[in-house]
Design a protein around this ligand. Sequence first.
Ligand code: BES
Ligand code: ZN
Ligand code: MN
Length: 503
Amino acid sequence: MQVRVVVDQPWDVKADVLAVPILGQPAFTGPLGELDKRAGGELASLTDFGEIRGKRFKSALAAPGEVKAGRLLAISAGEAAELDRETVVKVAASVERRLAGRAVHSLAIWLSPLADVLEGGAAAVAELMARGVVEGSYEPAAIYREGYADGPPTLDELILVAPGADIARLGEAAKRGRIIGEGANIARTLANRSSNDVSPEVLAEEAWSLAEKNDLWIDVIGPEKAIDMGMGLFMAVGRGSDNPPRMIVMRSGKAGEKDALGRHLAIVGKGVCFDSGGISIKPSDRMEEMKMDKTGAATVIAAAVTVAKLAPGTPLLVLAPAVENMPGSHSTRPGDVVKALNGKWVDITNTDAEGRLILADALTYAERLGATHLVDVATLTGAVSRALGELVTGAFGTPQSFVDEVFAAGAKAGERYWQLPLVEDYRADMESWYGDLVNFSRNNEGGLVKSALFISEFVTKPWVHLDIAGTGYFRKVTPFATRGSTGVAHATLVELALAGAKG
Ligand code: BES
Ligand code: ZN
Ligand code: MN
């Protein structure tokens, strides 16, 4: 897909479809009035009819009249006062998805209505729209089937229409958005692919080929070396499967190198290629969704690729502990007491609380590799989706200044987070008779908080934990995304790393 910025008036742009963002109940004055006039009053008439309304992501096709585009697509962006970056991405994604199955090769989007309102103006809208179109074009139904034709259209050209704008500046912004969108889609495919396809070994191979293509350093640690090194928690989860575990380590920049903010940032993603629960086996209902439990790993691997494309050499360490959590005669049993890489003894009371185990050893290892700031991203608990649903990611961390840094990156990325407390008093419930702590407290009240408290026992540096179990994939179809992996947190991690880009 080519992205082109034009400064023509929207009615002069030739394209198969011209998307027209609508804010609130539109008044047809100014350029929107002019466009409507040339469309023979069609937009105003559809508004009177109630077809075009202030409801976000609702869309309506209209005949073009004298307008040069083949069709008009009015797309509601909600109220002007509520317009934010997330909405702009989702508006563009909704446009692309609305055109699924239609003969569209060139899509024009008129930026001005949103550029007049959004902080950052036309450049911000260009970036977020380009990203949104790329994310909206994502179709998981085409991963395995060749020739799947009902997905969003494959565009030859995306035309961003912004009269009076700086073409070169908007072009750069749109390119950045496109690359971030493509990175999210890399994460989504890795996460969506099934467990018979993506074992820990295959995930490591995928990471390896992405690293080679993008000039990233990579190291993959297999079970023998992991045992040797003392990664007891990582192995406790990985040992139950015939598909051996892999600790994937990637890096941009030099070993231990500090970024422009003085950080050696590490991002660590949970890579459970299938979570059956292990001996503490899950109920069969919806167990098939647990192929998604590698979403965190997919996200951090893709984020490394995106950072390498946007600002090569930016210091960034990536860890993706990849395992399959399976029951079998080699599996960890409930009650097994296992030594972590940091020397703590963990009493594994529930083998289904496996994410925190592999993250613990990965975080310890990241610190040994010189990490000064750590962010982990994981589909860790069902509780987070009960608390916050599918649109808001749960976050924990310390100190507050680093949480704020991550949240600032999230705001730039247009992704929503909500901070939850690390309630120190609940540590008492994590005490073990045989070890230093249990991985699952029998009193699971506040289990969401306790999952983060567990991880906090394995970090000594500024750290943020993002629980994406609710936001990482959609069960339902929305106007802006289909079912499956959402790519959530990818853009946040990219912005966080790029905040430390040099030069
Ligand atoms: N991978 C699951 C969490 C999960 C649940 C992700 C639903 C996506 C959707 C995790 O490993 C898990 O099993 N968590 C348990 C924790 C419990 C045993 C303390 C949970 O949430 O029930
Ligand atoms: Zn899991
Ligand atoms: Mn589990």
